[in-house]
Design a protein around this ligand. Sequence first.
Ligand SMILES: [Zn+2]
Length: 183
Amino acid sequence: MNLMMVESQENPKPSAKKSGSSSIDIYAVQCGKCHKWRVIDSQEEYEEIRSNFSGNPFYCSRKPGISCNDAADIEYNSSRTWVIDKPNLPKTPEGFKRSLVLRKDFTKLDAYYITPSGKKMRTRNEIAAFLEANPEYKGVSISEFSFHCPKIVEDTIPEHVEKRVSGGGSGSNKKSKTMKDQE
Ligand SMILES: [Zn+2]
């Protein structure tokens, strides 16, 4: 049983910043019975499922009007880049927003939080300082924040990117011959 997020490579948004990095825009969860992938509509709902994934596994029937007999919402293949998320991460406290950005070289994701006042927080220390300086969030605990990032599924990294990553040292791939064209 798995919990994944997907970066859609179709139609890159023109509004996206020129940094070249992209964010996750599809949330998918695998059914514990039929193993089909179901797309979760909102990040909030996804985080809710994730927060108690071990204790309360996901089944198709949790989606209104859907059962295991229905076709999968999305197929796991390399037409998109998939990242594996960690189960049981805390749900983002109300008012805050958690964001994950995929680096343009696909080496990793970066996590950050946006505070209710719109400030970007990149580390636990920044969050701790923010909570201390803003007593109105007294009910919010630092333990509700996690900078744990999903792991990128190597096989789903687009080929044109993969070349640049070669030599990164993740296992013994056949591709260890760097960029040399052999014929
Ligand atoms: Zn199912």
